[in-house]
Write a protein that binds this ligand. Structure first.
Ligand SMILES: Nc1ncnc2c1ncn2[C@@H]1O[C@H](COP(=O)(O)OP(=O)(O)OP(=O)(O)O)[C@@H](O)[C@H]1O
Ligand SMILES: [Mg+2]
Ligand SMILES: [Zn+2]
Length: 251
């Protein structure tokens, strides 16, 4: 048998090389350590560039964290305009929270009127924390429960690992807590299980909600066990004095 090794030139036959300036952008961006593709040449061989692989994984984590692509550039602290005299202090507190965040930090309960920027700021915090290397997810409370319900009661191929993975991230944003689903006994019980799963491990959760939290609406709907676990170690952020930005718009 005539086994002829394929040479590199054979593989390139008929292929027109792409000019350098038309090559797709490196997913890692320019790097002064490696070849820009995450390959680092060392005396003993090739290894992964720690800078670039890190950036790559962070990019992947951002893409899959649940914040829609078009909102990733809008929902930032920098884009949050002064909506009330308390805004600068609120942003300062948030900046401090992000910078001093650890896996054992407390959560935040953002409560108050519609359109006041709760979801915007919750997304901003999450994205910054993922950039810092923490795992995190953004989910709407009602969506999460519905998806869980569908998985849990689907006889074939019941796989709830995605649900437990979601509950296990370093920072979880539960958006629109208490909205979009009637709080039946089942809903209250499953919410308790969710909240308790994080509370047991002292994992921080950011809640956005229109429930009148200091007024005890959460206690009434979900019970004291849910409300007090969420409050434990958490900061309250009141958005009621801020306008409805969605309706009134910016300047
Ligand atoms: N101070 C602000 N500066 C810039 N954009 C803002 C500000 N407040 C809100 N927005 C924008 O207004 C829209 C509504 O804000 P957001 O969705 O965060 O409100 P919300 O408090 O979560 O409301 P809801 O309770 O109805 O969910 C978003 O597009 C958000 O980016
Ligand atoms: Mg919202
Ligand atoms: Zn590199």
């Amino acid at each position: 048998m005539n086994m002829k090794p394929i040479k590199d030139v054979d593989l390139l036959k008929g292929i027109t090389p792409v000019p350098d300036d038309q090559l797709p952008a490196s997913p890692y961006g320019p790097c002064n350590k490696c070849d820009g593709l995450g390959n680092l040449k060392t005396k003993t061989g090739m290894m992964s560039c720690p800078d670039c692989k890190g950036k790559y994984f962070i990019q992947k984590a951002i893409e899959s964290c649940g914040v829609p692509e078009e909102l990733r550039v809008i929902s930032t602290l920098e884009q949050f305009k002064q909506a009330h005299e308390s805004t600068p202090e609120m942003l300062e507190d948030i900046e401090k929270y992000i910078q001093s965040f650890t896996k054992k930090s407390g959560g935040i309960i953002m409560h108050g009127r519609s359109g006041s920027g709760k979801t915007h700021l919750a997304m901003a915090i999450l994205l910054r924390l993922i950039e810092r290397g923490f795992s995190g997810e953004f989910v709407e409370w009602a969506e999460l429960l519905r998806a869980y319900q569908n998985s849990a009661y689907n006889e074939q191929g019941r796989d709830l690992s995605w649900f437990y993975d979601t509950l296990d991230v370093d920072i979880l944003v539960l958006d629109d807590f208490g909205k979009g689903m009637k709080v039946s006994e089942w809903v209250a019980e499953e919410t308790y299980q969710m909240v308790h799963a994080r509370y047991r491990k002292r994992k921080p959760t950011i809640i956005t909600t229109m429930l009148n939290w200091p007024g005890g609406e959460t206690d009434r709907l979900f019970g004291e066990a849910v409300a007090s676990r969420l409050e434990h170690h958490s900061s309250m952020m009141d958005f009621n004095d801020l306008g409805n930005y969605r309706r009134e718009g910016g300047e």
